[in-house]
Design a binder for this molecule. Sequence first.
Ligand code: HEC
Ligand code: HEC
Length: 463
Amino acid sequence: MNEETKKKINQKYEHKLAHGERFWPDSLYKDAVVALGIFLLLILLATFVGVPGEPKADPSDATYVPRPEWYFLFLFKFLAIYGQIPVLGRIEWIAAVLIPGIFLIVLTLLPFIEKKPDRHYSKRVLPISVMGIFVVSVVTLTLIADHPLKWDAQYRLTSLLQVISGLIIPTAAYLLLFLFSFLLKDQRASQGMVLTAGLSGVLMVGLTASVLFLAPVPEVEEVFVANTLPDRVVAGQDLYSIHCVECHGDDGSVTVIEGVEGLDGTVTSPISGMDVLYTFTDATIANIITYGQQDLGMPPFGKAAGGELSVSEIDYIVTFMRYSWDDRFEMPEIPELFPPLAEGEVPSYEVHIAPIAKRFCISCHREGKDNNNYLMTSYDEIIHSGDSAPNLVAGDAESILLKVIQEQNILDENGEEIIGVMPPKSVLKPDVVDVWVRWVMAGMPETVDGAAALSDIVEPVER
Ligand code: HEC
Ligand code: HEC
């Protein structure tokens, strides 16, 4: 500081001392009044407006993803981006503690590093640039905090942009700033710094905008929400039929698993028995379904454990189990699986066969299961697939499928069984068998209209 500036400052100081306000008590008094005002405002806001709470914590829900408050999201994102650096990215504390720590220290020391007496912004380029880049970083990181960092084809571009704008640009900018401030002289240093800060700011904002603009829209899973109790029970029953029947049987009574690869002969307690239902709470059953009992042979089904069922789907299964088997619960009226047939009426795939197959057969007769390649998830599959195809021949009462659902197994020429009775662990009710038989004999129509055309409903005779 040269003599002249010192004198100027002293003069200003004397002037203020004579004419201006004093720190004590004038300024402090003003500060105190404003602080009190803000404090009262906060109390009023907290009392009458408040912050909405998050939903109550559910200890059995392992799918909850904790997220920081929005004002920490930038740090969260920074950590994620930093984690992409090879090797160094593994050392989390560098990004979580060291870098923010260094930043705070630099911020604290900035007034001591930059000791110019001037207050005009054109004379304080370094601190303003440092702070400017920091603020832009915080804002842009917060904006992209929700965007995934993944390196598959879909996300590669936006992930790269995020790394550039969140890590590479600010790092390079800070390095340049300090280089300029140490290596260049006054005028040129300021120019360099202004240019660096301006350019990096524009780049960061531009890249962030591109990330927001280019980011693939995440696929929203279509969720079926069953609201009423009967809906939930039916949804649960369908899911149970698809995922559980194979091992536990359609009424949950299986005690020895048969015909399931790797588990043949495994003993299990009947899950529809009161031993299980009285001793396990809903949450426990949901947990068993979610995580399985892998050492005992029960696979995990919850998405949280790599399975395919969501939390609500598992909830429907538990509801179905309770209302169907637990004698303390009364089963609500649930709609029938298919409308009863009138005499002479022909059933259709749409209305009758599809729900029956879904309820009793699809658990085994779908992709990835042991089933002689006989899939039953669509009209075409039911008619055409299978190692022994055709399993169904229109008008043929001796069709393989019709035999096996009527408790006749299929033998080869040596008398060895090649296809057992279906479903293997239970017997279809007569009205269900009747639907299959009528459908095949009438020509296996796919649609309701097709079935109606073939129907020969006996009209009541008028006298
Ligand atoms: C691949 C075969 C398999 C499938 C599929 C399967 N389980 Fe299991 N499950 C088992 C085995 C094995 C056990 C352990 C047997 C035991 O300890 O009684 C078990 C145990 C259970 C138990 C605990 C019984 C007890 O007494 O501890 C419940 C409840 C249960 N399963 C429900 C289900 C439900 C609901 C589904 C469908 C989402 C399902 N399971 C699907 C094989 C299976
Ligand atoms: C618990 C699993 C399971 C269920 C449930 C089940 N199947 Fe099967 N199904 C099999 C297996 C396994 C085979 C292979 C033959 C065998 O092992 O008997 C098979 C074979 C068949 C075949 C012969 C396929 C071919 O081309 O060789 C027909 C037809 C069939 N099932 C019909 C049905 C029908 C209809 C239902 C529903 C009412 C049903 N199955 C339910 C396990 C099942």
